[in-house]
Write a protein that binds this ligand. Sequence first.
Ligand code: PHE
Ligand code: ZN
Length: 902
Amino acid sequence: MYRTDIARPIRLTDYRAPDFVIPETRLAFDLHPTQTQVKATYRIERRGAADAPLVLLGERLILKTLRLDGVEVAPEAYALTPECLTLSGVPDRFTLEIDVEINPQDNKMLEGLYMSSGRYCTQCEAEGFRKIVYFPDRPDVLSKYTVRLRAPKAGFPRLLSNGNLIDSGEEGAFHYAVWEDPFPKPAYLFALVAGELDVLEDRFVTMSGRTVDLKIFVDPGMSARAAYAMDALKRSMRWDEETYGREYDLDLFMIVAVRDFNFGAMENKGLNIFNASLLLADAQTATDLDYERIESVVAHEYFHNWSGNRVTCRDWFQLCLKEGLTVFRDQSFSGDQRGHAVQRIKDVKMLRARQFPEDAGPLAHPVRPATYLKIDNFYTATIYEKGAEIVGMLKTVVGAETYRRALDHYFETHDGTAATLEDFLSSFEAVTGQDFSPWLKWYVQAGTPVLSLSATYDGDTQRLTLTVSQMTPPTPAQAHKAPVPIPVRLGLLSGAGAPLSFRFAGETVPEALFVLTEARAQWVLEDVTEAPVISALRGFSAPVKLTLTEPEAHRFARFRGDPDPFNRWEAAQSLAKALILDPHGAAADYAEALRATLTDPTLDAAFKALMTGLPTEMDLAQSLTPVDPAFIHTRRKAFKAELAAALKTDAEALYAALPAETTFSPDAASAGRRALRNALLDLIVAAPDSDADRSEATSDQAGAQAVRRPEGEAPLERDAAKPLSAKQKIAKAHYHDARNMTDMMAGLSALSQIHGAAYQDALEDFYARFKSEPLVLDKWFAVQAACPHPETLSRVRRLITHPDFDRKVPNRWRAVAQAFAANNPAIFHDASGEGYAFIAEEILSVDRFNPMTAARLIEAFGGFKRYAEPHRGLMQAVLERILGTEGLSKNVAELAGKALAG
Ligand code: PHE
Ligand code: ZN
């Protein structure tokens, strides 16, 4: 890895329209593992100043020839640097031919053209096209592509690119295919794939009656595992027609699954490329969570066909124009498929787990950043998830029908163009006649607003006065914030927990929507018959932190019976948080309320499963300053044990009443039942062993001393002669009786919580069964890296010497490094600093060949200033060490630098 230039920030305010447009692009690829020849022919037209030079971007390319209108350009007529090719004095209209050579085999950054499992594939978003050929690689240069692929027939029977196949043929031992995409597109949506692939085929008839061929290409022998993705694709296509009036536009839609991929999946026009982990599934190899993700990512990439491809982004600062909107669309789709309450809770959990910490730390950035070094670093939870929240709030305030009209307006007005967030907001203005400029603040201000609410009730007048105020804390480079519009859905409960209606704006209502636009406001609710329990921010109507001072009893009332399922869950979570972080917090009342929930026949299983889960250690870390990871781990474990002990009989009875299903169906209701059964298992194994168990069984080494590192290597607890405790038996049986991967992983992870011989045996069994299944083996690595036992510190070091470990495959690397850094806070934050050192070494190793993937792990150190010593100092030292490393990539340098400075 070398640093090609001095890092120079790109700024939104520097945006200038391109000087040249390229209405037509022809590409010819002669595919070869180390010497692929790329021949590009562009029809170019000047749009800018008469003396503007033509600047084409290109990296790691060997320039062979350059011809302008058929005449070779002499070397003195152009300038070549490691990042661009500049031609001065070019005419206003001309044809440019460029021949370059590239090396896909050596490309381990997985950007541009690379090889994965012996196949050629591409990844061009955001700036990968310039690693294929010289081009004005920016999203506002839209071009019509014709692509010719040529490769040996042997080994590369499939030759795929965007659009429609218009020609194909043979040339001796070689063959070729010519693809034409009739829709002008930015270079980041270009794709090609060549190799041996099986295909699963289907068809979809669009709303206007056109038949679209659907093809999913996978590793030979795997096409049955694409069935669920295909089903999800057809449902997505129908949903986008019914919900947004958006019809698919080509006669062919293809998806290819690859093993080596930096992110989840990519929306290349007509040829989506997926990380295989987000496409392949069957009962034996995929969990319900995998199915859920496959459904949502297939939908997400498909929805991009309109929100991203037909209407694309003017520049990368507008990334959330396509990503925020598309995430909002996929979340709505998943809600329609699986139930809105449960979906909303999961989406908010994710937002809080990933976006809130980002927004509160040194890596905080606005949904539309003002500056960046590497745009790859901005594929963040803020751009995606907070971006989606903004679209959701807009829909909440204008209502579903107006929202649909605004979106119709947006798609129709900007079809075929590269748009901005202002364009998006102006569609809302166009259909409502109102000013939406205050909403721009959500896009340009970083930080999570804090919404404070206090209430005074006057029994004589039956009036409730709510005083609300907002404040967004300072973030790096943004000291002062303006108020943002905050929609607040609000209802009331009686002291006994029954819904309480009230009068607002002349009407009697069970709930109302308020929008706080100023720093402060007062809302008066009339006809409130008793001093109420306030249920504010229902459905999490805005991505803010709510502070509401109220008695604990009010939270219990909402926990027991808020008609808004989100707030019911929220009440439980906030109670659990408070009780866990209080060294004297007791679980008895909480257990009572949870028992009532678990035994309520009107609630569905998926919701009960969510109610059973306690806040994670990462959630808790956000509510404690300074963060003490050992305290959090110990307290959470103790609270969970107390809760589990109080609910032992109920949990075991409920668990027994939900026998494992013999046939597997991935539908939401079945998945919900499995989720509940597995949540109960998790609770059951958290209970302390009874005295009888304790006297005869293996000691629980992961107990109270979990955060202390034992002297030297932890022993491997392999004493098979020791009898198993009751809960070990349950977890072991759960694992061995499992008929699907969901139950199997739940069993394995329960065993990992208990640790001991049964866990070791299960790991060996699992490996033996799945050693030839890479996606399943990723889970095997991940479960070990996330095991909250001190022994994991030495185990992760052993895992990276395992013959199946491969840093060059992002999925495998993340299964160890990311699982450890992000899902195992107690051990990652071990006071010895060994967890930090391990992750730092991993980041530096991967940065040498794949900076984009390496940089994403810097996030693990992002919040170091919030931590207590010795963590804070140790993390800071690690960041300094990373930043001082010779030859660091721009990607890692940007994030490590920000993390330290923030
Ligand atoms: N645009 C992809 C998505 O749908 C994400 C992605 C970005 C994938 C960059 C690869 C590289 O969100
Ligand atoms: Zn996307």
